[in-house]
Ligand binder design. Structure first.
Ligand code: BGC
Length: 391
């Protein structure tokens, strides 16, 4: 039987609402909305793009820093809320107080000891833009890292994706080699958002691109994430010194507050007297993903907000996951020009968490860590998949 047009449209719409649609079933491309996100001080305009799916999930991304600005997803009653800390316009993201909300971090996410490394017998000096415990180190790519660059966007409505490109010139922020980087965000009808970073270089360099959203799955950004339930499939973590630089040891989590192999409330042990927690002021460590799938995806973390039922799984091809419990968030950081968060909210201590898949911190200085060196002819690829559901 040949269906008339209206029946056919109804069938397609029903399939989409049931969440049983997939990309190949779509007769029309997805619509990606574009809007202004304000102007930088030098006059350049930032744009914000909206990806949406058949279940009402939306992801807003700006070309400033290839930054994920908002991710809205339903709770167990179907109430859709924004799960990300952030700002209402590009001003906040460009402001000096922005703690990398939603950013695509590069070239090297996490810390490098003393802002120095040696590669092929050559010494490199990077900015020391962070000093936990009073010890200066390099953090998240330096003063003007990838999160502070305007990326070139290519919209791909046929696959509900946006690809951002950026060329980081030789010597930028002290790193060697001209690096061509590409980041793709894609949203599908299974409520999965992927973030994929790909890069090549014309000279040996080090690279650890990291995605840095701050999540509060309750959607209420004034509440603590200490009641979220976290599972990390990790038997070991990387202890650090007081400057949050890994000591080089891969320590067992067994019998410690670092053990999240079973789903555990984050706040249950966060104030325990345990050296790693004392040095970092809470959770801010890299856990070892014991069975990385370098050519695919493996589960890196599962986190649930018991009140709303919202659950997020993070999958990756990387060797580590940094779980950061928002210990450095403080309302003082949100005072002053351009500094208030979305809706004028001043985000409090531990009201968001980050789950950053990555190569190990300080790997350029630690011979026993998996290499983060990228050489000409090789292609770097970091895959992440966030899956949202409600229980
Ligand atoms: C780090 C924290 C740091 C934060 C900066 C996280 O990736 O683990 O130590 O304060 O980024 O926003």
């Amino acid at each position: 039987m040949v269906k008339n047009t209206s029946t056919l449209l109804l069938t397609l719409a029903t399939a989409a609402l049931c969440g049983c649609g997939n990309n190949s079933m779509k007769s029309d491309p997805y619509e990606i909305l574009t809007a202004t996100f304000g102007h930088l001080e030098d006059g350049r305009e930032a744009l914000i793009y909206t990806l949406s799916n058949a279940n009402g999930v939306t992801a807003k991304i700006t070309n400033y820093g290839a930054t994920l600005v908002s991710l809205k997803a339903p709770d167990r009653d179907g109430t859709i809320e924004d799960l990300l800390h952030g700002y209402d316009s590009v001003d906040g993201y460009a402001g000096s107080k922005n703690p990398y909300f939603g950013a695509s971090v590069g070239r090297f996410g996490n810390r490098i000891k003393d802002g120095k490394f040696t590669l092929d017998c050559k010494d490199y000096i990077l900015a020391t833009n962070n000093d936990p415990g009073g010890i200066p180190c390099h953090l998240h790519g330096g003063v003007d890292g990838f999160n502070r660059r305007i990326w070139t966007a290519t919209l791909r409505p046929e696959s509900n994706a946006i690809t951002f490109t950026y060329v980081s010139v030789d010597g930028e922020e002290g790193y060697p080699g001209t690096l061509s980087a590409e980041i793709t965000y894609q949203l599908n009808d299974n409520n999965e958002l992927t973030w994929t970073a790909v890069a090549t270089t014309d000279a040996p360099t080090v690279l650890n691109m990291v995605h840095h959203p701050y999540w509060n799955l309750s959607g209420d950004h004034s509440t603590s994430i200490n009641d979220h339930i976290l599972m990390l499939p990790c038997d070991r973590y990387l202890p650090t010194n007081v400057g949050l630089i890994p000591t080089g040891e891969l320590a067992s989590v067994t019998g410690t507050p670092m053990d999240f192999t079973q789903p555990t409330q984050i706040g249950l042990r966060v104030n325990d007297q345990f050296e790693a927690l004392e040095f970092a002021g809470g959770y801010d460590h890299c856990w070892v993903l014991e069975q990385p799938n370098v050519n695919g995806l493996a589960l890196a973390a599962r986190v649930k907000d018991p009140k709303s039922g919202r659950t997020m799984e993070v999958h990756t091809n990387q060797v580590g996951v940094q779980f950061y419990g928002g210990n450095f968030l403080s309302p003082e950081d949100f005072q002053g020009e351009f500094a208030s968060g979305k809706g004028g909210l001043a985000y409090e201590f531990r009201t968001a968490l980050c789950l950053e898949t990555e190569g190990f911190p300080d790997a350029p200085n630690q011979a026993n860590f998996p290499s983060t060196v990228l050489r000409p002819g090789e292609t770097y690829e970091h895959r992440m998949l966030y899956h949202f559901s409600a229980e």
